[in-house]
Unconditional design. Structure first.
Lengths: 139, 414
């Protein structure tokens, strides 16, 4: 009985953790074949470590300048603060390992880019309606 | 310095992204000016006891995605730290980066060397809280030996959040650079004409653990280089006194026995000395929100002049960002050039025992004025004389092992 209670508590806690991540939706271009990504892979995308989809096409990831949505996404999936993320990409640029991620002022601009760029991935606030893009699950 | 100014002007005009015939070129750069002041002794091959502004860096880099898999880039840089660098413009890094798969990529060219979790970004002032990284592992004097390799590297991200880099190539040491001057400071009886290097292996593996914010790293490197020592005439009274004391200690005779045996214009013959070594670094970093904590430990072995020495170094640092403007950092760094003699017994009669260690407690304040400008202030409380030049200190015979250094730095990056 004790084991069942402990298990249910763990499931409950995991569900709470999962619902916290639902404050943002991860979106991709419709041509991306993946229906979902692991949290590890999503973090790797936005840190420039995972560069290719399963079909070996290039990943183009983009960020939003809206500080609330950006910080929510970073905290939930990349595990960095906004300053730490900015400093991380400064390191990447000045060591030749990457370029500053493309960033958009508005959700509409970000969705238009993702919709029109094969291999693109971004994020939007959960209350925004996804237009011409698909949302993927993060496990 | 003229070349450095030209780079600065060009960087201001060409900052950002330009489109050329062969694609989008990203251009970024930085410029920083610092100040160092110690209350006694000279440190980092600079006249810190007089206060010095010989502490600056200027750099500009160009990079482009030639194809979806191939990125080309280079960074030109000029730096000055005391007598090293002197704003001489050099290629900091330049390589082609082909990413075959997520788990495998290839870099060829002049590549930043993996040596601890902060080595590859040690010139990126904006990437950290402190002005100076813990010197026990990120020694500024021997920066050239730790920074880049001309060769090739394979790298990638493996399942399980493991990042790896394996590199093979040669180090390059500029003439009159930090390595030459640093060795001459440690062994004042020699004058180095040049250093010939051999290809070396470096590797690093970093595990981004399942614990949020925790990553663990292990780096290993080995090196072989030949010091081509010039014949020279030594007339410096301090060096001649050092040679006499060392000879008396080696022979076990009372001080003064060899008076007159080392006259002015003492002749030192030319020689070649092969130096070999290897080292490993174990790292742990934890980040949570605006808090960062890191510890690193390194052990190295060096064969020089027929003798072998094992050094031991470690530090712990923590930083916290209070606001968008202000971040505070603290670290404690410990360096033992010979881990089998942490008390300095071997220096008895020839040098202060405190040459056997250098312990550094540093407090750093970082102010992010905006997205481009950063200002830092830093204080160091030092205990020890390892890698410290006390020959012109207030008391060169019995130098004070407890001393302080203040640093300030303003940097702009785009």
């Amino acid at each position: 009985m004790k084991k069942i209670i402990v298990f249910q508590c763990i499931v409950f806690l995991l569900m709470i953790g999962g619902s916290a991540f639902a404050d943002v939706l991860v979106i991709t271009n419709k041509a991306v074949s993946e229906k979902g990504l692991s949290k590890e892979d999503l973090k790797g995308v936005f840190l420039g470590k995972k560069k290719k989809w399963k079909d070996k096409s290039k990943i183009h990831f983009v960020t939003l300048k809206d500080p609330d949505v950006h910080q929510t996404f970073l905290k939930a999936y990349v595990k960095k603060s906004e300053k730490q993320y900015a400093n991380y990409w400064r390191k990447m640029v000045f060591t030749g390992k990457g370029k500053i991620p493309k960033s958009f002022e508005t959700t509409e601009e970000l969705m238009e880019y993702v919709a029109n760029t094969p291999g693109a991935i971004g994020y939007i606030d959960k209350n925004t309606t996804a237009v011409n893009v698909k949302t993927i699950d993060i496990q | 310095m003229k070349k450095a100014i030209i780079i600065t002007v060009l960087s201001i005009f060409f900052s950002g992204t330009v489109f050329a015939e062969f694609g989008e070129i990203d251009i970024h750069g930085f410029i920083s000016q610092g100040f160092l002041q110690s209350d006694d002794h000279k440190y980092l091959l600079a006249d810190t006891d007089d206060g010095t502004f010989e502490f600056n860096e200027i750099g500009i880099n160009f990079a482009t995605d030639a194809t979806d898999n191939l990125r080309l880039g280079m960074q030109i840089m000029a730096r000055d730290l005391g007598s090293v660098g002197n704003d001489k413009v050099d290629i900091d890094w330049a390589y082609a980066d082909y990413r075959y798969r997520n788990w495998a990529g290839l870099r060829i060219g002049k590549i930043k060397k993996p040596y601890g979790i902060y080595n590859q970004s040690r010139d990126v002032d904006a990437a950290r809280t402190s002005i100076l990284l813990p010197s026990c592992i990120y020694e500024e004097k021997f920066r050239e030996a730790a920074l880049t390799v001309k060769g090739a590297s394979i790298y990638g991200s493996l399942p399980g959040s493991i990042d790896y880099q394996l590199m093979y190539g040669v180090m390059t040491f500029p003439s009159e650079g930090g390595v030459e001057q640093g060795i001459e400071q440690m062994v004042p009886t020699i004058r180095i004409g040049s250093i010939d290097t051999e290809a070396e292996f470096n590797g690093e593996i970093i595990w981004n653990t399942p614990l949020d914010g925790v990553r663990i790293g292990y780096a290993y490197s080995e090196f072989t280089f030949t010091l081509n020592i010039n014949e020279s005439y030594i007339s410096d009274p301090a060096i001649l006194a050092y040679m006499q004391a060392a000879a008396e200690a080696a022979a076990g005779v009372p001080a003064g026995t060899y008076a007159g045996a080392f006259p002015a214009n003492w002749y030192a013959a030319a020689a070649e000395t092969v130096t070999k070594g290897d080292n490993y670094i174990v790292s742990l970093e934890y980040t949570y929100d605006n808090f960062l904590f890191a510890v690193e430990y390194s052990s190295s072995t060096m064969e020089f002049g027929g003798s072998e020495t094992d050094a031991e170094n470690y530090y712990a640092l923590a930083s916290y960002r209070f606001t968008d403007l202000f971040e505070l950092g603290l670290y404690y760094s410990v360096h033992y050039p010979d881990k089998d003699d942490k008390d300095g017994d071997r220096y008895a009669g020839t040098a202060p025992k405190e040459k056997a260690w250098l312990k550094d407690l540093a407090l750093s304040l970082r102010f992010d004025i905006n997205d481009y400008w950063i200002f830092k202030l830093e204080g160091h409380m030092m205990d020890g004389l390892s890698d410290v030049n006390y020959s012109e200190s207030d008391d060169a015979v019995d130098p004070d092992p407890d001393w302080y250094m203040f640093a300030a730095k303003l940097s702009y990056s785009f």
